[in-house]
Ligand binder design. Structure first.
Ligand code: ATP
Ligand code: MG
Length: 355
């Protein structure tokens, strides 16, 4: 089957790591001709912004709508305010295509560095399900008073019943399917409207899944426990802001930013879903061929799983783990001396040798 993939390589290290992701997907279709990819590249991002005064074409969303998936590198670069590069490209895609599920695997592979003493691959294996369209990132707020020096601003969080229920239900469906526990992370003691509501809905949905084990933590306690007892967590469902923060913590305990991947899913498949490494454009290392492409390969694995090829998804993870255990072909962030493209080549070589 042929799949139409929109490629937005973006800024900084985005194009370098995405090239390796595309290389790996092309290798998959070479090995398994049943799987074909039709890639279309879009030059959107901060360079486009400097030329055209906008992050993407005016009808960018319309152009993307016809694709089966979007494969994204990284957006953002010094010179373009972060709130523009983020809102006018990434967040507009997430919202327009109702990609309300952000799936971030926090899985320590064998061979990956872990800063927690005494913790191994068995202890760190969680799947974060982050709400991706509303909550604290709903984008509503106002300048209440503008007179200096007494300015006051308000940033509103939006929690809808539909929004909370569907993300919590997604987590429970996954928990049932994978026979894993579901943990809710909230903060009802301090956020006395939004998180009280979240907790209520979690309790309601929980009743429909008596076969799924559950737990609930306040976000501060969850942050501590992820470091001291990460083995407590399997599937974790949480709001947009908390998920953003905790998954960076998760990336740090599971091998670093160079290994952290994320999928933005529209589970109903009404619109395209988007797959990306969670790191940014990393201007400090851009253009040097030293960025780690393994996070991008991991997001390619999520893409393959979503398109219906779980065995291939697993093979890509096996390839990453093989490289980590072997330790010969890794980028400098993982104490290696290989280039970005050598790491991509090594993933391809593993796939070829193990198929
Ligand atoms: P953002 O503002 O979107 O967070 P950023 O440019 O600050 O983006 P981060 O993803 O937050 O980048 O990464 C912080 C640092 O981690 C980078 O500056 C870089 O040094 C390192 N880093 C991130 N991704 C990678 C990677 N794929 N390979 C190697 N190092 C990376
Ligand atoms: Mg950053």
């Amino acid at each position: 089957m042929s799949h139409k993939i929109a490629v937005i390589a973006g800024d900084g290290i985005g194009p370098e790591v995405l090239a390796e992701g595309v290389k790996v997907l092309n290798a998959v279709s070479k090995l398994d001709p049943e799987i074909q990819f039709d890639f279309t590249h879009f030059p959107w991002g901060c360079e486009f912004y400097h030329k055209h005064g906008k992050m993407m074409d005016d009808d960018g969303i319309e152009q993307l709508r016809q694709f089966d998936a979007i494969f994204l590198g990284a957006v953002g670069y010094p010179g373009v305010p972060d709130h523009i590069s983020l809102w006018d490209l990434l967040l507009v895609i997430r919202k327009s295509f109702d990609q309300y599920v952000n799936v971030r695997p926090i899985k320590l592979l064998n061979g990956a560095p872990c800063p927690l003493k005494g913790k191994s691959a068995q202890d760190i294996n969680m799947t974060f399900i982050r709400e991706n369209t509303e909550g604290e990132y709903a984008g509503y707020g106002s300048w209440l008073y503008k007179d200096k020096p007494h300015e006051v601003v308000i940033q509103n969080a939006v929690f809808s019943r539909v929004g909370c229920e569907r993300i919590i239900r997604y987590a429970f469906e996954l928990g049932r399917k994978e026979k894993r526990s579901v943990t809710s992370v909230s903060k009802a003691n301090a956020l006395n409207y939004s998180m009280v509501f979240w907790d209520q809905i979690f309790k309601q949905v929980e009743e429909e899944y008596p076969d799924v084990k559950t737990a609930s933590y306040l976000v501060d306690a969850a942050a501590m426990l992820m470091v001291t007892q990460p083995e407590r967590f399997e599937i974790v469902v949480t709001s947009n802001l908390f998920g953003d923060i905790l998954t960076d913590l998760g990336a740090a305990i599971a091998g670093g930013m160079g290994l952290a991947a994320g999928a933005n899913l529209n589970p109903e498949r009404q619109y395209p879903s988007m797959f990306e490494p969670i790191h940014g454009s990393a201007p400090d290392i851009a253009g040097q061929q030293i960025a780690n492409p393994l996070a991008t390969v991991w997001s390619a694995s999520q893409l393959l799983a979503f398109l219906g090829y779980p065995q291939w998804a697993e093979r890509l993870i096996n390839a990453i783990e093989h490289l980590l255990v072997e330790g010969k072909t890794l980028t400098p962030d993982l104490k290696g001396s290989a280039t970005t493209s050598e790491v991509g080549d090594a993933v391809v070589a593993y796939l070829q040798a193990n198929y």
